[in-house]
Design a protein around this ligand. Structure first.
Ligand code: ARG
Length: 466
């Protein structure tokens, strides 16, 4: 009886063979963990060198192993390596090829090692590299925001709460809010690297090994600060993957808020910014349209990244110590989240870098919606000594009058204002202009252009050191 006939008639149609083929399909990770080939070979080179240094294997065998591994690296990089699903994962694909290339010495490489610590070290190396890539991308995005903030430290725009015009702010100040957010993401990346910077290699299957290995040596060779301290935890820990995903999810969430603002700002109704042609698309039917597709996709892709975090948390939840095959499911989540986040960061850096800021539209909007009402109330407190609550009430009446006359606050006549409170003088008009409103908010962290410039200098200095 052929294998095909033994596969289940109801659900086995996709499989060329019987249950063993199904087992192979569910078990194999080579389809995705081949991405770890560089880390796997690096780990093996360091392990073999340590085995020779500690006289666990001979120098001659180590040299053969190193030569073979370097040949494999080149084969993979040249696209000449045949990955086999039958060999399950990257570790066994490499080891099997090594045996073909160098014969029995290949069998000595796996001394004092297990795939459990091997996959842990490979994956840590990969995640650490990716964290560093994200750090570089974040620094690029922050640099773009710092540049835009400098250009627009004094460009007024409406500040919103509840997406309702609240008080005038500057676009530079708004840009600096994103600098704060992405700088926190950067610090999360750095914290996470610091915590994960330990080598699990040498934990072996779970309990360590009787061979006189030198874990400090392999940790150093692989660029880790030190070896992990507990062999059980070493092979069962995936916190670094979870921290990557949570850091990525928070960062993606920040990017989605920025994306949403760009979507709003680029509508003809707002017209605060105009996206460059390279980051927008036209409509196939409506010639007037310029769509912010890249921003919309950044907004949407956040769902994927957040989903991967929940996915891996759910995989890890309730797993007994130490390694379980469940943990093989860690990789696709992290790989996809990483690729997605890299693209999101690149798209946003490009978009923010070359969008055109429409200063007149921002300024016009900044003055609408009675955005300087708080300034009027503050003036009443400062100049006439009114308690703030009473000033709030008087201002409310001024807004109602302006609304009734369909004009802005600054367009009310002095007589109009005096009819509301007879202490009001000409001087009040100086605070009703948005530019002055913004200039007056020079409290630490406030929106005054001088304060925004101080914030910019702070971050320029801090990031130059980082
Ligand atoms: N492909 C496996 C993974 O990614 C490697 C570790 C397998 N270890 C084992 N004992 N089956 O998790």
């Amino acid at each position: 009886m052929s294998d095909a006939k033994t596969s289940n008639q109801m659900w086995g149609g996709r499989f060329a063979a019987g249950p063993s083929a199904i087992m192979e399909a569910i078990n194999a990770s080579i389809g995705f963990d081949r991405k770890l080939y560089g880390q796997d070979i690096r780990g093996s080179l360091a392990h073999a060198e340590m085995l020779a240094e500690t006289s666990i294997i001979s120098k001659a065998d180590q040299e053969k192993i190193a030569h073979g591994l370097n040949t494999i690296l080149k084969e993979i990089e040249d696209g000449k390596f045949t990955f086999s699903t039958r060999l399950e994962d990257i570790h066994m694909n490499v080891e099997a090829r090594l045996a073909e290339l160098i014969g029995p010495a290949a069998g000595r490489l796996h001394t004092a090692r297990s795939r459990n610590d091997q996959v842990a070290v490979d994956f840590r190396l990969w995640v650490k590299d990716e964290f560093n890539r994200v750090a570089v991308a974040l620094k690029g995005l922050i640099a773009v925001f710092l540049r835009r903030a400098e250009e627009h430290a004094a460009t007024v725009m409406p500040g919103f709460t509840h997406l309702q015009t609240a008080q005038p702010v500057t676009f530079g100040h708004h840009c600096m809010a994103y600098v704060e957010m992405f700088a926190r993401d950067l610090s999360r990346v750095r914290d996470a690297i610091e915590r994960m910077d330990e080598s699990p290699l040498g934990a072996a299957a779970l309990a360590g090994t009787g061979f006189p290995i030198d874990r400090h040596m392999t940790a150093k060779a692989l660029g880790f600060r030190e070896p992990t301290r507990n062999s059980l935890d070493s092979v069962s820990d995936r916190d670094y993957a979870l921290e990557f995903l949570s850091t990525a999810a928070i960062c993606a969430t920040h990017l989605s808020r920025l994306a949403e603002e760009i979507v709003i700002w680029s509508t003809p109704q707002f017209a605060f910014v105009r996206l460059s042609d390279s980051f927008s698309t036209g409509s196939s039917i409506m010639p007037q349209k310029k769509n912010p597709d890249a921003a919309e996709l950044v907004r949407a892709k956040t769902g994927r990244v957040n989903g991967h975090l929940i996915g891996l948390l759910t995989v890890m939840k309730g797993l007994p110590l130490t390694y379980s095959k469940d943990m093989q499911e860690d990789k696709e989540a992290v790989f996809d989240a990483a690729e997605t986040l890299d693209l999101m960061l690149a798209a946003m850096t490009g978009m923010v870098g070359d969008m055109t800021v429409n200063e007149p539209a921002m300024k016009k909007a900044a003055g609408s919606g009675y955005s300087t009402a708080t300034d009027l109330a503050d003036w009443l407190v400062r100049t006439l000594g009114l308690p703030f609550r009473e000033a709030h009430h008087v201002t409310g009446r001024a807004v109602a009058l302006a609304e009734q006359k369909k004009v802005g606050l600054e367009k009310l006549s002095l007589d109009d204002l005096k009819s509301i409170h007879d202490g009001i003088t000409d001087d009040v008009f100086s605070v009703l202009a948005v530019q002055n409103s913004v200039k007056s908010r020079k409290s630490f962290g406030g929106t005054a252009p001088a304060e925004v410039r101080r914030q910019i200098r702070y971050w320029q200095k801090r990031l130059a050191k980082a």
